[in-house]
Ligand binder design. Structure first.
Ligand SMILES: Nc1ncnc2c1ncn2[C@@H]1O[C@H](COP(=O)(O)OP(=O)(O)OP(=O)(O)O)[C@@H](O)[C@H]1O
Ligand SMILES: [Mg+2]
Length: 496
């Protein structure tokens, strides 16, 4: 097989962090090379060098077997046929789908933009991925999942030789993932080489040809996929044995802490959900089913037309997150960059800001607690004074989780709590959830990760097009049944 790319002895240091340490790695034509590793291991940094965003301190990148990259710049990388699909979305929200896709390589008729042609091209590209959207729709009106798909479409709109997917599926659900994989298989046949970064380990076996595990800026193992097992992968990433991925212990639960009664809003209808102390209730469903919208309404971010919300027996007023927090409710939002974090503030500030709002606290104690959580969740930061902006994607997510854990709330709504989080930290977060339950809390977990919903919930509600399509005891239901309800192939009356 033909080698199209090689990293040779790549080393990169940031203040206080050796992000990459003598990386040697290659990529063949038509190959999917999966890169795994804990949060902060250096995966994105390596790919950003390839994209020309960073220059390595040492080492080189060789293209097509003999062409050394002389300089690192986004333009040179793009000219070499290297395309990135980043973990964090990179679209311009105020522009339409088609304008985003053709940004930087607009089609022109004379000196004018050829909008008609761009519309047609975009429509075709979208259709080839089964995305039924109007190319003129503004990106800000799309769900995160669709925005992610648009990024992929954009990367494909021009000739690509090497594609890098940096956690492309972290906000997609099973159907969309299937479509993405189909597209990847097509690209393989066309000879495109792909690096594929993911924290969803089952994907390795579905799409990967080779796999490399990174830890602390070093490649610890590269293997053909058929020569490695799931257990070896988990152990390689976490650096320890993990006996039980889903440590949740199901116990009889206590009093009702959250009641959502007949809630009806713009994108959901007649939602009735109860959550008790000591219980995790999973909300499953397709992306766009309305789960996050329900959470936002309950927490007081969005308005709703009808219905009531009670926390520990007290009715919550509409539209007041402050009152929601006061009454002991908290929401960990799915879109951490926009809603959960202040990027230009330190790890400590971010983690303590919510706790400061509703408690009379002692700063020294709070700092100690911050350090405690940094350790408990293995948050990869040199100090708690580091600006959150400089942390890896998954590490930022851990900071959001820690922030809400520190508020000592009674009812937690976690919206995709482990998205982008490495397997070791996932189990850490699950263990923290169980700890919260021990202390008498109640949890709603919105998750698109089916094994996670099944493994961690006591009860599961499946949401389909803004309505509850089914309610299940988690230990009496399987993935397929949940999917059927999520797709609306089952009627409400048939639920158990
Ligand atoms: N621009 C930067 N300035 C300072 N430190 C950085 C910068 N970019 C990355 N780092 C640090 O380099 C290390 C590697 O980060 P990187 O983003 O490559 O991790 P990752 O493997 O992609 O993690 P994740 O799975 O969370 O996405 C981390 O410790 C991170 O904090
Ligand atoms: Mg990353």
């Amino acid at each position: 097989m033909e080698k199209i790319l090689e990293f040779k002895g790549i080393t990169k240091t940031f203040p206080g962090v050796k992000a990459l340490d003598d990386i040697n790695l290659d990529l063949y034509k038509g190959e999917v090379h999966v890169i795994l590793g804990e949060n902060g291991a250096g995966k994105s940094t390596l790919m950003k060098i390839l994209a020309g965003a960073y220059t390595p301190d040492l080492g080189e990148v060789i293209l097509d077997g003999n062409k050394k990259m002389e300089r690192y710049s986004p333009i040179l990388s793009e000219e070499a046929g290297i395309r990135m699909i980043y973990q964090e979305l990179n679209l311009i929200p105020e522009l339409s789908i088609q304008d985003n896709i053709f940004l930087g390589h607009e089609l022109k008729k004379g000196v004018f933009l050829d909008r008609k042609k761009m519309y047609k091209h975009t429509k075709q590209l979208l259709q080839s991925l089964n995305i039924d959207e109007n190319p003129r729709k503004l990106v800000k009106d799309l769900s995160i999942a669709y925005q992610q798909m648009i990024e992929i479409v954009r990367a494909l709109s021009s000739d690509a030789k090497v594609l890098v997917f940096d956690e492309p599926t972290s906000s997609l659900t099973s159907v969309e993932i299937k479509e993405l994989f189909e597209m990847i298989r097509k690209l393989k046949k066309l000879g495109v080489g792909m690096f594929y970064i993911s924290h969803r380990l089952e994907e390795v076996f579905e799409i990967g040809d080779r796999v490399t595990i990174m830890r602390d800026g070093v490649c610890v193992r590269t293997e053909n996929v058929e020569n490695i097992t799931m257990n070896e992968i988990v152990e390689g990433i976490a650096g320890r044995k993990i006996e039980n991925l889903y440590p949740h212990v199901r116990k009889p639960c206590g009093k009702k802490l959250l009641e959502i009664s007949n809630l009806t809003g713009k994108r959901f209808k007649n939602i009735n959900i109860e959550v008790h102390a000591g219980e995790i209730v999973g909300l499953s469903g397709l992306v766009g089913a309305g789960r996050s919208e329900i959470a936002r309404a309950v927490f007081g971010i969005d308005d709703y037309a009808d219905g009531e919300v009670f926390v520990d027996g007290n009715k919550l007023p509409k539209n007041s997150t402050a009152k929601a927090v006061d009454s002991g409710l908290c929401l960990l939002p799915e879109n951490r960059k926009e809603e959960g974090l202040a990027l230009s503030m330190s790890v400590e500030k971010n983690m303590t800001i919510a706790a400061l709002n509703n408690l009379l606290v002692n700063n020294r104690l709070l700092r100690r607690e911050t350090l405690d959580y940094v350790e408990k969740l293995s948050i990869a930061t040199p100090t708690i004074d580091r600006l959150v902006n400089f942390l890896s994607g998954g590490t930022q997510q851990k900071v959001v989780v820690a922030k809400w854990l520190m508020t000592k709330s009674k009812v937690f709504i976690f919206d995709e709590p482990t998205r982008g989080i490495d397997v070791g930290a996932k189990t850490d977060i699950y263990e923290l959830m169980d700890m919260l339950l021990e202390q008498g809390a109640a949890i709603i977990m919105i998750s698109s990760d089916l094994p996670e919903v099944l493994g961690m919930s006591d009860r599961i509600y499946v949401i389909c097009q803004g309505e509850i399509a089914g309610e299940f005891e988690a230990d009496k239901v399987d993935q397929n049944t949940i999917l059927q309800y999520a797709f609306g192939q089952q009627k409400k009356e048939e639920t158990n």
